[in-house]
Design a protein around this ligand. Sequence first.
Ligand SMILES: Cc1cc2nc3c(=O)[nH]c(=O)nc-3n(C[C@H](O)[C@H](O)[C@H](O)COP(=O)(O)O)c2cc1C
Length: 204
Amino acid sequence: MELLDAIHQRRSVRDFAEKPVPFEIIKKSLEAGLKAPSYNHLRQWGFLLIRDPKMRLALTRTEEMTEEVTEQLVQAFEGQDALAKKMYLDAIPKQKKMILTAPELLVVVYRPKTQVSESKRIYDLNCLASVWCCIENILLALADSNVFGVTFIPKNTPAVKTVLSIPQELEVAAIIPFGYRAPEAKEVEQKNATLDARLHINMW
Ligand SMILES: Cc1cc2nc3c(=O)[nH]c(=O)nc-3n(C[C@H](O)[C@H](O)[C@H](O)COP(=O)(O)O)c2cc1C
């Protein structure tokens, strides 16, 4: 597949076929991740593949439906456009299931420059920006082999780190369930962002 085809075909997939992903594809995709640009040249990223069902169950238990989370969900719905609402309605009930049942579950970690809570400038978040370049490379390389995933951002990363024995100095960027698409996989229509509406020349 050409790079631009992979870019256009990548989608967030939350329903997976019960078909294993060959390790060669995983290896190629993680190596593509490690080629991403990095703010400090050091590519301080790491990967965990979680295959033990007990570990996956423990991960889902870190995501409690607290009042705070419920409130965030309610707010996410307020003022949303129709397509975003459709996406949330499809995605929310699948969050735990995809973590438990996806053929592969990847956790991407990075070394923070500044703790997110102490960041004052965009510059302080360069480490987070870099790890997302890595994540996009992985998603595109997977799409290149017709394998798809979705980025899930855990709310309680300290608990995730404890479950997975991730060293204190590292942080969790995303949890990515991935695999081949289920035949009945649902994909909400993508928001069409046209360049005409988004491009400005010289002044906004
Ligand atoms: C930073 C970020 C966080 C996301 N968090 C979640 C998430 O927690 N759960 C989920 O199901 N999808 C999540 N997504 C996927 C988005 O819902 C998805 O990318 C968006 O709806 C556009 O659809 P597409 O990826 O198929 O183009 C996230 C995507 C990004 C970039």
